[in-house]
Design a protein around this ligand. Structure first.
Ligand code: RIB
Length: 297
């Protein structure tokens, strides 16, 4: 069983700020860091560090070689990553003193993926393999449908949520990982966690949902069960990529046959370590670090 992550690769420019810049304000930052990022890349690194066999597909510009190096360094197979004429995708990220962020994305090469390239990648995968998708590339609806048609298990993290997500048929999706905002959209406007999960299940019978609740942890709903997991408290430094770390570890566990309760616990521990460190992909913990924290829970 292989896991294909068809997703974004970004250069993250991270600015430490006293508060998020307001309309009309010019704000000096306290520092700037340049990191490997992109929800796709971050999730691939988390999957690989968790121990999964993961292949990353996506596009970079000529300046993106260090993104591929970071994937390789974490153990991700990068044979499918393609260099195109557009510049790399990038993110401008403000991190405030509480460690929270706000992000402006530039899609660049992530938005220049062709369906021919997608078909070329997918021909090497088949029924029994898993695929994980986010919404930072232009062909997510096409790839979800094509992967499902091949019998792959399709995982969707519909982030960032925008009109393109509405083009994806959730009949093509086996697992969806959402925050409360995304869950509200996918459940037809529900707001409480239980109503969001019931709403998604009613609209898409058979789909397995993970709802992340920030400081209130996460809930899994699937196979007729609901499993809850609290957060692991840590001092927050930077929340960037905490969700990606959670997603990568959770899917690595589930695809390996681990039960949902244990998968949520491992994912919560990995995400806790990620928020205690700066940056996106550099904050993703190793398997050993994660297991050591899990043993204390
Ligand atoms: O989820 C965090 C990621 O979102 C960052 O790495 C940034 O690139 C944006 O894609």
């Amino acid at each position: 069983m292989k896991i294909l992550n068809f997703g974004s690769l970004n250069i993250d420019y991270v600015y430490a700020v006293p508060h998020f810049v307001a309309a009309g304000e010019t704000l000096s930052s306290d520092s700037r860091g340049v990191f490997c990022g992109g929800k796709g890349l971050n999730q691939s690194i988390a999957l690989a560090k968790a121990g999964a066999e993961v292949y990353h597909a996506g596009c970079i510009g000529a300046e993106g070689g260090f993104l591929v190096d970071a994937l390789r360094g974490a153990g991700v197979d990068t044979r499918y990553v393609k260099t195109v004429s557009e510049p790399c995708g990038h993110a401008i990220i403000q991190v405030n003193v509480e460690g929270n962020n706000c992000i402006v994305l530039y899609g660049g090469a992530n938005e220049a993926i062709t369906t021919d390239y997608a078909d070329e990648v997918l021909k090497d995968f088949s029924a029994g393999d898993w695929i994980i998708l986010q919404n930072e590339i232009n062909v997510t609806p096409y790839v979800a449908h094509a992967a499902k048609a091949k019998g792959m298990t399709v995982v969707l993290n519909p982030s960032p949520y925008n009109a393109r997500i509405e083009q994806i048929s959730l009949d093509d999706v086996d697992y969806v990982l959402v925050n409360e905002t995304e869950g509200k959209m996918m459940s037809g406007g529900m707001t409480s966690p239980d109503d969001i999960l019931s709403g998604i299940a009613a609209r898409h019978p058979g789909i397995k949902t993970v709802l992340t609740l920030g400081g209130d942890g996460s809930v899994y709903c699937g196979d007729g069960v609901r499993v809850r997991q609290g957060i692991v408290p840590v001092k927050v430094v930077d929340t960037t990529a905490a969700g990606d770390t959670f997603t990568g570890y959770f899917i690595a566990e589930m695809s390996n046959g681990t039960d949902a309760a244990t998968s949520l616990k491992v994912a919560a521990a990995a995400a806790a370590i990620a928020v205690s460190r700066p940056g996106a992909s550099p904050s993703v913990p190793t398997r050993e670090e994660t297991d050591a924290l899990v043993r204390t829970l």
